[in-house]
Design a protein. Structure first.
Lengths: 398, 340
């Protein structure tokens, strides 16, 4: 006798084996267990092997004196003052952050200009932008870094025949040597004045917005903010008696001494990273602008908006929604690509830490793990802030 | 899908685990099974390890690897040379990618004690020096205050440089590159006033410069750089073998056994020669080789002096004098324990 379907599928009596929910949990737990086991066995295996091969492990090296020097450093670091490997790590990290942060700024500015340029109605501008993007985007970055390093280095005179630019700026194959600013004690007042001016500018901006919403009256926000931010600190600077002097470079036996030196490795890396990433950003920007349908512009024109406000109020806000997510990954690429610095001798994190420190201590596992964690952190933090910005720009549906 | 991913991860990690487990196996057995010695070598340093126009590796360090291959396989060509930069060399040895590292590497306490390596001996006594352009008018390293110095990173050179300038209270700017080629190129293009490395390396690298005659090597030698082969710290048999290959070459020179007179020496009645060449006793078997191990080395590679003269001495472009690298019987430091 055939049983009815209701007999077999009685709730509660179905075998646990065939419950999709239970099965799902089972597979997920099993997967987690396998992955956990593999990670554990790999780690314990690594520790075991290191011990068997008598390779030192642990993070004790962090406080040992490093014994080597680095040319570009943002914090005091020298073998003679007994700087440690931990400080060497910081020197490298700061150099990476410096080149990445400046690179992001330059790449963004250049990328937006080129991206808009490609859409220009001016034939020459559009073609130049296209050539720029196609050439830069299609050559390996490493090759470009070598090009810039040699292009920066080779044509410049040696240190004894520096090119003298106005304002005591010297240019030679050791880099750019600038007068270094020496801040007097009263300079803090100027900095505080600057911060107050920035706050005032922001307050004014918000107030002007409110006024415009209420009365429709527009203010020259940009000009007034600029006057505040530049003018106030300048006035204060002269009031407190110009607490700023310069240390001018002097010709020494080998090179200019004094002043502040911008190293050619840094310039080459910054130029290489910025121009390379700018080519990608240009394409992202172009895609973003093209993604805003023509109807939007036509509608704005129909409302009587001129082309400036149309771009500012209608096109760009909508384009930004498309632009920001791929822009974030370009920023991350730039940061990670900065590790190619190792090829041209710029002391970034990889060059100093996974290069010299790894070799001097021989602790590859620890050093590489720390470096990976650092890049991961930098990337996640960048993504975090870009996601916040993205949320603000995203389409709000009511 | 998840299962697939898990299986892939398991396979990958499994491979990693089995690969590391294999490295604990005796190195000599592995080398024999492979039929080839993996030798870590310089990326290109004239006189020590560099491929010639035909792609054949030549040099003092290269000869050491060939001697090991000759002792094991009776064939000096069974070596695969793996070029390594200064900063990658020890990792390559630790990870088992190479069996022995003979790459003008300085023997230091840290490297012996905490890198999981053991240096087997010294095949070249060296010291660190500086090279500058003649037109700078510098004739002592003590005049280098304020100079910028190019060096290769991950080397003892980098540390000695810091020590020397610190000890003499001189200011300097260091520019460190990952490979020796990049370092030399940067010096050649004028990025640095001085270039520093081991003295033997200075003479070798000078040949690569655009105008070698425009540069001079300063007289100061600022450090001790005992260069030698190293092996992993977990295989005493292999350590002994590599060590005694070097001693065999030195003993052969001391006893006057050369490539040319080997056949005559095999009939020698001198007991020391007999023990070395295996015509009396079976000394080679103690280190896992055949009794004629040293005869193979001399026949296929030569003794230490022959290798020295051909690669870095009068028979080469470098024309380096024996100096400290002469045998102890001739006022040098090269000394090998006896075969007995």
């Amino acid at each position: 006798m055939a049983s009815t379907p209701s007999d077999a599928r009685e709730p509660g009596r179905a075998s646990l084996l065939y419950d999709p929910k239970i099965r799902g949990y089972f597979y997920q737990i099993a997967l987690l267990a396998i992955v956990g086991f593999l990670i554990w066995s790999a780690a314990s295996n690594a520790i075991e092997n290191l011990r068997a091969q008598k390779i030192a492990s642990g993070f004790g090296f962090w406080h040992n004196p490093a014994g080597f020097d680095v040319n570009q450093k943002l914090i005091p670091f020298s073998a003679s003052s007994g700087s440690t490997y931990g400080q060497a790590f910081l020197v490298g990290l700061l150099n990476t952050l410096l080149v990445a942060a400046l690179g992001i700024v330059f790449a963004t500015v250049l990328g937006f200009l080129v991206g808009v340029g490609r859409l220009s109605h001016n034939w020459v501008v559009a073609k130049l932008a296209t050539i720029y993007v196609e050439v830069i985007r299609n050559l390996p970055l490493l090759l470009q870094l070598f090009f810039w390093y040699n292009a920066v280095l080779k044509p410049l005179p040696d240190a004894r025949n520096s090119i003298h630019l106005p304002g005591s700026i010297y240019l030679n194959n050791r880099g750019i040597i600038l007068p270094s600013p020496q801040f007097g004690p009263a300079f803090e007042v100027v900095v505080i004045a600057f911060l107050i001016a920035v706050a005032a500018a922001i307050a004014f901006f918000i107030w002007a917005r409110g006024q415009q919403a209420k009365t429709g009256r527009q203010y020259h926000n940009g000009w007034i903010s600029l006057a505040l931010v530049l003018g106030v600190p300048l006035v204060v600077f002269f009031l407190v008696g110009q607490p700023l002097s310069f240390d001018y470079p002097q010709q020494g036996r080998f090179n200019l001494t004094g002043g502040m030196q911008i190293f050619p490795e840094f310039v080459a890396l910054l130029v290489g990273l910025s121009t390379y990433t700018a080519a990608f950003i240009a394409e992202v920007v172009r895609a973003g602008i093209l993604a805003v349908s023509k109807g939007q512009t036509e509608a704005a024109n129909a409302l009587g908006l001129r082309s400036g406000p149309t771009l500012k109020l209608v096109v760009i806000p909508q384009a930004m929604r498309v632009i920001i997510p791929p822009l974030t990954s370009q920023y991350l690429n730039l940061t990670k690509n900065s590790s190619l610095a190792v090829a041209i001798g710029y002391p970034d994190l990889v060059q100093v830490f996974t290069g010299t420190v790894l070799n001097q201590t021989g602790q590859a596992v620890e050093v590489v793990a720390i470096t990976m964690a650092v890049y991961l952190t930098i990337s996640l933090v960048t993504s975090f802030f870009m996601n916040i910005y993205n949320k603000r720009m995203a389409l709000v549906e009511r | 899908m998840k299962k697939l991913v898990a299986a892939a991860i398991a396979a990958g990690l499994g491979l990693a685990i089995s690969a590391t487990a294999a490295s604990a196996q005796a190195t000599l057995a592995q080398v024999k099974q492979r039929g080839m010695l993996n030798c870590g070598s310089n990326t290109g340093l004239a006189g020590f390890g560099v491929p010639d126009a035909q792609g054949t590796w030549k040099g003092l360090d290269v000869d050491y690897c060939r001697a090991i291959a000759a002792a094991i396989f009776n064939d000096a060509s069974k070596v695969k040379f793996i070029p390594l930069s200064a900063k990658d060399r020890f990792t390559a040895l630790q990870s088992g990618e190479i069996d022995v590292l003979v790459r003008n590497s300085t023997w230091t306490m840290t490297r012996d004690a905490s890198l999981g390596l053991l240096f087997t001996g010294i095949n070249y006594y060296d010291g660190q020096g500086f090279m500058v352009r003649k037109k700078l008018g510098v004739n002592s390293a003590l005049q280098l205050s304020g100079a910028s110095v190019c060096t290769q990173q991950g080397t003892t050179t980098e540390l000695n440089l810091a020590d020397y300038f610190r000890a003499n209270n001189l200011k300097y700017e260091v520019v460190a590159f990952a490979t020796s080629d990049e370092t030399v190129k940067a010096y050649d293009s004028g990025r640095c006033d001085a270039f520093t490395t081991d003295a033997s390396g200075l003479y070798a690298e000078r040949l690569k410069l655009t105008n070698p005659d425009e540069h001079i090597v300063l007289p100061e030698i600022i450090s001790k750089e005992p260069l030698g082969p190293s092996v992993r710290n977990n295989d005493p048999q292999w350590f002994n073998l590599v060590k005694w290959v070097g001693f065999a070459m030195l003993n052969a020179e001391e006893l006057g056994v050369t490539k040319a007179n080997l056949d005559a020496q095999l009939k020698s009645e001198n007991p020391e020669v007999k023990r070395l060449l295996g015509t009396e006793g079976k000394f080679g078997e103690q280190i896992g080789l055949t009794p004629d191990w040293a005869a193979r080395i001399v026949k296929l590679v030569g003794n230490y002096g022959e290798s020295f003269e051909a690669n870095v001495g009068q028979g080469s472009l470098l024309k380096i004098a024996r100096g400290q690298n002469a045998l102890w019987t001739k006022g040098g430091l090269q000394y090998a324990p006896p075969v007995r």
